[in-house]
Design a protein around this ligand. Structure first.
Ligand code: NDP
Length: 329
């Protein structure tokens, strides 16, 4: 009988998550039955969405939500033979018995020299988010100027690079000088540290005096209020995330963008990556090709040890990661 380690949400987060909100628990797993497989986690993802989704999708005592790359170590399901790797939505657990409904096989032609952890990053949900935000929501065109914040993170760094591939000018903001240096390495035209610039408005104007056609929004809050003022007429804003709001205990208030949006006839659209799930296979192949051609570079911030899941999650929310935050079991 296999024993799984799991991380439980002991109590709902109030403000910024704390160590005491999590509890490590052991769970005895039963033998996989017909159609079931036993999974062993290899890499786990820590993502910002876990913070707001924990409030709406979870109850105290539930296993923390999340995705992992896992290896099939026992199988009674011919679609998932022993030794194959899958992406599983089973949460923060070392071992899982799955009936196959919440797992997806990693692309058959996944190259040997690309770490499987990228299936949780650029060649996975965050990469797809970047692609769909640009192509489906912004409908970005060559020659346009894109602004992206949290730009050195999993989604932002891919969004910026895809926009460069499409022949756009890209401006990124991030929270440290090391992150800004990374953005320049990735080919961003302009990048700045939003924590140290004397004026965000001036930084945005200096980076693109003519304004922005598209804005890939990961942060929300006061950044957003200033950035919306810098949009060009008929600009498009893809509202992907609002990480500056996730730990608020009382809602932030205005300024409100209505007049700017009316006068400049802006379009602002929130989206969830799952809307274009039917395109995922083709999209992942496209991004894998970009990666293999050297046009999509993806750093990872790897924390070792399943016992460090909460620390990795809180570190990511604090901005400790450059690129995708991953836990290696
Ligand atoms: P990142 O890898 O970008 O990690 C989070 C980053 O957010 C941190 O590194 C930090 O970078 C930044 N950050 C944290 N707090 C603040 C703050 N108060 N103000 C500004 N920046 C902050 O995460 P992801 O790339 O995985 O996610 C980016 C965004 O995309 C999130 O908002 C997430 O919720 C959203 N998302 C939305 C999806 C959708 O379907 N709509 C799917 C996936 C992600 P820094 O040092 O630069 O501050």
């Amino acid at each position: 009988m296999v024993q799984a380690k799991t991380w439980i949400l002991k109590q709902h987060f109030e403000g910024f998550p704390k160590d005491t909100d999590f509890e490590l628990k052991l769970e005895q797993l039963s033998e996989p039955r017909d159609g079931e497989v036993l999974l062993e986690a290899v890499f786990l993802s820590v993502d910002p969405y876990m913070r707001p989704f924990s409030r709406v999708r979870m109850q105290a005592g539930d296993v923390m939500i999340g995705t992992q790359v896992a290896k099939v170590i026992q199988s009674n399901n011919p679609s998932f033979p022993v030794g194959c790797h899958v992406v599983s939505r089973c949460g923060w657990r070392t071992h899982t018995v799955s009936d196959g409904s919440d797992i997806t096989k990693i692309l058959d032609d996944w190259p040997q020299d690309v770490s499987l952890s990228h299936a949780l990053g650029a060649i996975g949900m965050p990469g797809l988010t970047a692609l769909y935000g640009l192509e489906e929501v912004c409908a970005i065109k060559p020659g346009e100027t894109l602004l992206v914040n949290a730009a050195a993170g999993a989604v932002g760094s891919v969004a910026g690079q895809i926009a460069k591939l499409k022949g756009c000018k890209v401006v990124g903001s991030a929270g440290s000088d090391d992150k800004v240096a990374y953005l320049k390495e990735l080919g961003f035209d302009q990048a700045f540290n939003y924590k140290t610039v004397p004026s965000l408005e001036e930084a945005l104007k200096n980076a693109s005096p003519e304004g922005y056609d598209c804005y890939f929004e990961n942060v929300g809050g006061p950044f957003s209020s200033v950035a919306i003022l810098q949009m060009k007429a008929f600009g498009r804003i893809a509202v992907c995330g609002g990480i500056s709001l996730y730990n608020d205990t009382t809602p932030q208030t205005g300024p409100y963008p209505h007049l700017q949006m009316i006068f400049k006839q802006l379009k602002m659209e929130g989206f969830l990556v799952g809307r274009w799930e039917h395109k995922n296979d083709e999209s992942l192949k496209r991004m894998l090709t970009w990666m293999q051609e050297g046009n999509l570079k993806c750093k990872e911030h790897v924390t070792v040890g399943f016992e460090n899941m909460p620390a990795a999650f809180m570190g990511m929310l604090r901005g400790e990661n450059i690129g995708k935050a991953i836990v290696k079991v």
